[in-house]
Design a protein around this ligand. Structure first.
Ligand SMILES: Nc1ncnc2c1ncn2[C@@H]1O[C@H](COP(=O)(O)OP(=O)(O)OP(=O)(O)O)[C@@H](O)[C@H]1O
Ligand SMILES: O[C@H]1[C@H](O)[C@@H](O)[C@H](O)[C@@H](O)[C@H]1O
Length: 373
């Protein structure tokens, strides 16, 4: 029987609790000197197109979005390493990008995607595909030997172009105490060039892939509502806790014997790219702060909403981050665990910073002439 989300969340070591120092020390000896995470997946170049016209070119790749949120909101004692491949053409090596710079340089070109947004629909249904993706270049896969030879407190498998091989995921599972996986790393298939440039991205059933047998050793599997049918939530929830993100409707957690819906935060969507990546990182950060899985999902929703409000890897207002960290620290200190209190506090933060976001939207629209959804 699959463990409950509470049990799985407990597998993820929270930041130091002074009352459990001895236990923390034992865990540290077993799982490495620090509360260190391992993020595996390639950075990429994203080209956003609307009506056949390029409306934005940005840094992309789930690992870039993830490292941005981990850097911004992890507890002070938590750190992480990124294993990510890019080619010599990587366009953001010297840019003061908010995300970490990728670690491995390859002779192959940097992975790149073209995302075609439709002009026809102003605001698509919550679960409809929001864009058509084509993979234009693919960098090298990430091999098990590319991973550092040490133990990690947690791992995030966040591939975008099939670069996290089954054997690499297996190695992550061996190295990390708890592994969180984005389904997009496992179920993407790339159709040969049928004209139009690059390979069309489609999904295949997870059950038919070599990743399926690893699921029972994964803590959390996150899928978008578009990916969920390919994951097979009913089968997967018997092996690990499954999170399905539902765009502006928030998310749902499924485990064997239960499920929970977690409400979204308000957002004005400018660019949906990276919402799921930022969500997963926010969720992991929540677990590191010692939140329950459903409260951590709330933090996931918070960072997902922040991601759609900007084009590319988002920058967060330092005061907003300070406010969020204060909420998380208070919760730790006072042992508060009521979701409704967390919702109230985070919603207030969202509303306070909505004005800042509006200013940022105007600036982004002006800079990139991105017409939004
Ligand atoms: N319009 C929105 N308003 C508020 N929150 C949103 C919105 N869109 C996304 N989110 C938040 O981000 C999370 C992830 O979004 P979504 O389900 O669209 O992921 P995704 O399709 O995997 O995204 P991507 O592939 O672009 O990274 C949602 O669960 C929600 O919390
Ligand atoms: O930068 C984006 C982002 O990481 C998305 O989550 C992924 O679906 C895309 O393929 C990628 O180009």
């Amino acid at each position: 029987m699959a463990p409950s989300p509470a049990a799985v969340a407990a597998a993820m070591p929270p930041a130091a609790d002074p009352e459990r120092e001895e236990e923390a020390e034992q865990q540290q000896t077993k799982w490495g000197a620090a509360l260190e995470g391992l993020v595996v997946g390639s950075y990429c170049h994203d080209v956003l197109l609307r009506g056949g016209r390029v409306v934005g070119e940005t840094l992309g790749g789930a690992a870039a979005f993830v490292s941005n949120v981990l850097d911004a909101a992890s507890p002070p004692e938590a750190s992480f390493a990124v294993v990510s491949k890019v080619g010599p053409d990587f366009a953001y090596a010297s840019a003061p990008a908010p995300a970490r710079h990728p670690s491995l340089l390859c002779p192959a070109p940097t992975t790149s995607f073209h995302a075609r947004f439709s002009d026809a629909v102003a605001s698509p249904a919550a679960h409809a595909p929001d864009r058509q993706l084509r993979r234009v270049h693919a960098c090298d896969p990430i091999y098990p030997d590319d991973l550092p030879e040490r133990r990690f407190a947690y791992g995030l498998a966040v591939g975008v172009a099939g670069e996290v091989l089954p054997e690499t995921l297996e190695r992550m599972i061996r190295l990390c105490r708890a592994v969180l996986v984005d389904a997009q790393a496992l179920i993407r298939a790339f159709d040969a060039d049928g004209g139009g440039g690059g390979a069309a991205v489609r999904h295949m059933a997870l059950e038919g892939t070599p990743y399926a047998r690893l699921l029972q050793r994964v803590a959390f599997l996150k899928a978008s509502s578009e990916e969920a049918p390919y994951v097979g939530v009913e089968t997967a929830r018997r092996r690990c806790c499954v999170i399905v993100t539902e765009g502006r409707d928030g998310c749902r957690l499924y485990w064997e014997g239960g499920e929970a819906r977690v409400a979204p935060f308000p957002a004005v969507q400018v660019d949906p790219t990276g919402a799921g990546d930022s969500y997963l990182a926010g969720f992991a950060v929540g677990l590191l702060w010692g939140l329950s899985a459903t409260d951590a999902a709330l933090l996931g929703n918070f960072f997902g909403a922040a991601a759609v409000s900007q084009v590319g890897v988002p920058t967060f207002h330092p005061k907003m981050l300070q406010a969020v960290k204060q909420i998380l620290e208070d919760k730790e200190r006072r042992g508060l665990c009521a979701s409704c209190k967390l919702i109230r506090q985070l919603t207030t933060t969202v509303l306070i910073f909505a004005r800042h976001r509006c200013r940022l939207h105007r600036q982004v629209h002006a800079d990139l002439k991105f017409t939004g959804k």
